[in-house]
Design a protein around this ligand. Structure first.
Ligand code: SAM
Length: 250
């Protein structure tokens, strides 16, 4: 579980242990304050943060410090999902697909036309198109779509067998997660599952720089329950430091 990262004590201790990270953190703080003045809403804010970060390096913008790590985390997502139910004939929706770190492997695995990826960042979706070219996946005809919210109203009912959101809710305030949970059940087939990762804390829910959000597991499990989902904690996920929940419609 993550420590309480929003406390001054934690931040001072962290700064003392990692002095090289202080300046980049302060730069992000100033940048995010400026972006936050122009964008009060989370989606506008995070879209703008992604625009800055993607311009520097799309892999880094989604949290991979090197191509090797980008490949490894994508592989971990893919291996977990295939070992835990993803079939080639499934229809898959990836929420916050980024530049297809896991996505290119899902697209390669699935039958043509069966992958839909959505993201709030048009810039990262352009980088995702480059990933499709890099891995020669044009014939698989994936759908990549920018969104402004997670109501998913443009997608058909009872359609997707697998919904996946890796390292997305770790960047979302609770109202955005709630919006997703309120609507995602409509597009899920009756036997479908929805896997997502999040930053778990056993303390108070908190956020850092409006970019990283931390939740208690019971908080998300209760919220999912309110929208008709049964939640299973997947302690067998070890691909990154985040925790994973699998939801099914009750
Ligand atoms: C850390 S990246 C992970 C990308 C991808 N899931 C992966 O694991 O490679 C988070 C992605 O989620 C997107 N994102 C953040 N909030 C979102 C939201 N509310 N709806 C859709 N996408 C969102 C970001 O633009 C970014 O591309």
């Amino acid at each position: 579980m993550a420590p309480q990262r929003d406390t001054l004590t934690h931040q001072l201790r962290y700064a003392a242990a990692h002095p090289d990270r202080v300046l980049p953190h302060l730069r992000r703080l100033v940048r995010n304050l400026a972006v936050g003045l122009r964008h009060r809403d989370h989606v506008g804010f995070y879209r703008e943060v992604m625009r800055h970060n993607v311009a520097d390096d799309p892999d880094l913008a989604i949290g991979s410090a090197s191509r090797r790590r980008w490949l490894a985390l994508g592989e971990a997502q893919f291996e977990f999902l295939v070992a835990n139910g993803l079939r080639q004939d499934h229809r898959m929706l990836e929420i916050g697909c980024g530049n297809l770190r896991g996505g290119w492997r899902f697209i390669e695995h699935l039958e043509a036309g069966n992958y839909t990826g959505v993201d709030i960042s048009p810039d990262i979706l352009i980088a995702a198109q480059r990933t499709l070219v890099e891995f020669d996946l044009q014939d698989k005809l994936p759908r990549l779509t920018p969104v402004r919210d997670l109501t998913l109203s443009w997608l058909p009912e009872d359609h997707f067998d697998v919904v996946h959101a890796h390292s997305v809710f770790s960047h979302c305030p609770l109202d955005v997660i709630e919006e997703c949970l309120a609507h995602v059940g409509r597009v899920m087939a009756p036997e479908a599952f929805f896997d997502f990762t999040y930053n778990a804390t056993d303390g108070q829910p908190h956020q850092v720089l409006r970019e990283d959000y931390y939740y208690r597991p019971d908080q998300l499990i209760d919220l999912a329950g309110r929208y008709g989902f049964a939640a299973e904690q997947r302690h067998d996920w070890s691909g990154n430091a985040q925790s994973k929940l699998r939801l099914r419609r009750r």
